[in-house]
Write a protein that binds this ligand. Sequence first.
Ligand code: UDX
Length: 447
Amino acid sequence: MSLKITVIGTGYLGATHAAAMAELGFEVLGLDVVPEKIALLERGETPMFEPGLEELLRKHVAGIEGSSGRLRFTTDWAEVGAFGDVHFVCVNTPQKHGEYACDMSYVDSAVASLAPHLRGPALVVGKSTVPVGSADRLAAYLAEHAPAGGDAELAWNPEFLREGFAVEDTLHPDRIVVGVRGERAEKLLREVYATPVGEGTPFVVTDFPTAELVKTAANSFLATKISFINAMAEVCEAAGGDVAKLAEAIGHDDRIGRKFLRAGIGFGGGCLPKDIRAFMARAGELGADQALTFLREIDSINMRRRGQMVEMTREALGGGSFLGKRVAVLGATFKPDSDDVRDSPALNVAGQIHLQGGQVTVYDPKGMANARKVFPTLGYADTALDAVRGADAVLHLTEWREFRELDPAALGEATATRLILDGRNALDPELWRRAGWTYRAMGRPTA
Ligand code: UDX
């Protein structure tokens, strides 16, 4: 008999995981405490934009014509407890207000709500990104509070999906990491992931703390790569070098690799910034803060990129105040192929210029609704062309494909000055210069 799976929390991670589990052939029950979210999912819709996710949901959500019917949703904990052999906890772990530490209240309350309903053998699998030591604590909690006692086991199985590639990353992960204490948990998780493992995905078995640390270590490494190249961009700016060429050249060394070496306004989003901060906070609690002091520098290099972009814009506009200057901003989300504006460097730069008196007009292919909520006082336009109309400077701040495919000649007709500042090093300088634009990018010489 095939395993029955529940997924607790249906945000980016949970909704994608639930749909992917149904795609792998399991019967899946997803739970969320927000009834409006469940109502949307039951129609095969999501509150966020994630390529391919709604299609996958419609393929499996029960009640949708032509679906496999393997995926259902509920708000009822008792139903979840009775249904699942394996329960994936996919709730979010945001940064605490005013602190670096991670807010574990959603994870803790999910496990507390589930525990009384675990009457028989079950495996609870944490997927959320948590401070190391959480799994030990939650395993003890389950043993004490689940009616099944020690038969309600815990495992930790971090998730590495990227927004914009969530479906692809979940169905075809680079690796599967499971932190377990016993053979039964490992066996069950091998069964859950038999398809990707059969296709060659490595399956790494560890203890609890290592599994938790793999996730924060991976995100810290990625953040370090980005801040490293942004530090090189600062040096290139001072020395007249070209950081894009430098990244290409060092990236040819296999040991370094070419990915995650794009200099620009830095990283944002709901993961990298808060994960490195929570990691520092946790290391401090463990008395290992010295080991991670470099992450403070990574964070600080990243945060100052935003201000440097503002200053580069000011200087390109002739220095002085932004008052009376019209600035078009292409991009509001923290990365392309997502509608997520959480800690978005693009929106931060747009906001700083606006707060200093600039007339800012933003356009983003998918992030407009979220951007308007976060920053209602900015100007918004329905198209890139409308945004740049009459602009003194155009800022390219999120590297959507749509912006790479813009026709600089047509856009040039609409602007006042044909001045573009590429905060993502993602446009083709020659293309823009040939169309009469002044093209400037972070860490690259001004032609
Ligand atoms: C990240 C991790 O990649 C993923 O494995 C983890 O599960 C969650 O956190 P995500 O937040 O979706 O995923 O975004 P990612 O693709 O890592 O990009 C993060 C930020 O870094 C974006 O703002 C992006 O624009 C920026 N970035 C990325 C750069 O500035 N330069 C680069 O070279 C790459």
